[in-house]
Design a protein around this ligand. Structure first.
Ligand code: PLP
Length: 417
């Protein structure tokens, strides 16, 4: 299939970051007459031209439904869709038949909640959830708890925004059936030692759900090596289209779990006497999927691999260090989340300035940051603040942008003083 122009780079050479950035057409635009500085990649990532071209090429040349028609277009669409699953599986070091394609992390975690947890948990059981989770990894567990009589227990964090690991391990008592933990915090940037955590949980017979939304776009992730039971991710934060994502699960879970949503594609045979479900992962993919989106996600994987995940991680570490140092020079600025292992997400406040006012003034300078609670109310409650500003960087950002952002922030601070 013609998936559009793929980026060509020499895997042995250090990337030319200016050229990498040039692959993102949107980064060329202006906002309020100023060059856009996009520091909101934890919210959603920008898309390289090859991803846009892949989705465009699908609709122009191959559009058909998947797994249904024997005609040429149907076969091409199915091959491309399944090809994207294989690419993503290879990228994560998992088997393709253990990878359920879905609309994103929110759906993926709800699938575990409704299909794994709901039929298994009951009164007296505990779901252990860390304080730093996104609402997508809190609310589904509260819903399960309400319906089963199980309870939700919180694993606390330390003031620097790292997980209190001794506390977490002590909280893994015999009544804990499931642990839900993020790989990387979307607010603090904290990188959790998920491999160690999952090993400790497994020793105690606790099933683990890892939210990989903020990890997969920014560092090499070997899901098999983590040793979790479930790993959820979202495509739009990793240069892919919105409405794409995946749940990886151990095969034994996928086989034992009932379907979450019923309909076409997830069945082998249907009669009014009963239905025989399809094999995993298709058992969990009812209805017409976001075919063009997943083909775009496959192109996003190609793109990320062509840059190199280890290089992306190193580049973002360097940008984080620069931004942290520059922000540290601003009087009255407080950074939330200073864990030793940290991704390029910086939540901050400036004394006397409201987060939304700062974000609005920065927008006038062309700088896009997020302000608010970042879908993590319990985490902000821990820090005793109603909102923060969040600058989240990606490999396509530059050192010059960091300097312009800091200058804009100083200007905003003067205006609000
Ligand atoms: N988990 C984390 C850590 C996130 O940052 C996000 C998105 O911001 C989500 C879950 C939800 O992802 P989605 O909205 O793509 O389902």
């Amino acid at each position: 299939m013609n998936a559009g122009p793929a980026p060509h780079r020499d895997p042995a050479a250090a990337p030319d970051w200016t050229r990498v950035r040039a692959d993102f057409p949107l980064l060329e635009r202006q906002v309020h007459g100023k060059p856009l500085i996009y520091f909101d990649s934890a919210n959603t990532g920008q898309k390289p031209a090859s991803v846009i071209a892949a989705t465009d090429a699908f609709y122009r040349h191959h559009n058909a439904n998947v797994s249904r028609a024997v005609h040429t277009l149907g076969t091409e669409a199915t091959d491309a869709y399944e090809g994207a699953r294989r690419k993503l599986a290879r990228f994560l070091n998992v088997r393709a038949d253990e990878l359920v394609l879905c609309s994103g992390t929110t759906f993926a975690i709800n699938l575990v909640a409704y299909s794994w947890a709901l039929p298994r948990l009951g009164p007296g059981d505990v779901i252990l959830v860390s304080r730093m989770e996104h609402h997508a990894n809190i609310v589904p567990w509260q819903l399960v708890a309400q319906r089963t009589g199980a309870s939700v227990r919180v694993a606390e964090i330390l003031p620097d925004g790292s997980l209190d690991l001794p506390g977490l391990y002590a909280a893994m008592t015999a009544d804990v059936k499931l642990l839900a933990v993020t790989h990387v915090s979307n607010v603090l940037g904290t990188v959790n030692p998920v491999r160690d955590i999952c090993r400790e949980a497994r020793k105690r017979g606790i099933v683990t759900v890892v939210d990989g939304s903020q990890a997969v776009p920014h560092r090499p992730v070997d899901v098999a090596a983590i040793g979790c039971d479930f790993y959820a991710l979202t495509g739009h934060k990793m240069c892919g289209p919105t409405g794409t994502g995946a749940l990886w699960a151990r095969r034994e879970h996928l086989q034992a779990m009932p379907p979450f949503i019923g309909g076409g594609e997830m069945i082998k045979e249907v009669s009014f006497d009963g239905t025989v479900f399809n094999d995993p992962p298709h058992k969990f993919e009812a209805g017409t999927p976001n075919i063009a989106g997943f083909i775009g996600l496959g192109a996003a994987v190609d793109f990320l691999e062509s840059v190199g995940m280890a290089r992306i991680e190193a580049r973002e570490t360097e940008l984080l260090a620069h931004a942290t140092e520059e922000l540290g020079k601003i009087e009255g600025l407080r950074i939330f989340g200073t864990a030793p292992e940290k991704a390029a997400v910086i939540s901050f406040l400036i004394e006397g300035a409201h987060a939304h006012d700062l974000a609005t003034l920065l927008d006038l300078e062309g700088v896009a940051i997020r302000s608010g609670q970042h879908c993590a109310h319990p985490l902000l409650q821990f820090f005793g603040v109603a909102a923060t500003c969040r600058a989240s960087l990606a490999f396509y950002n530059t050192h010059a942008e960091i300097e312009a952002f800091v200058a804009a922030l100083k200007k905003a601070r003067r205006l609000l003083a």
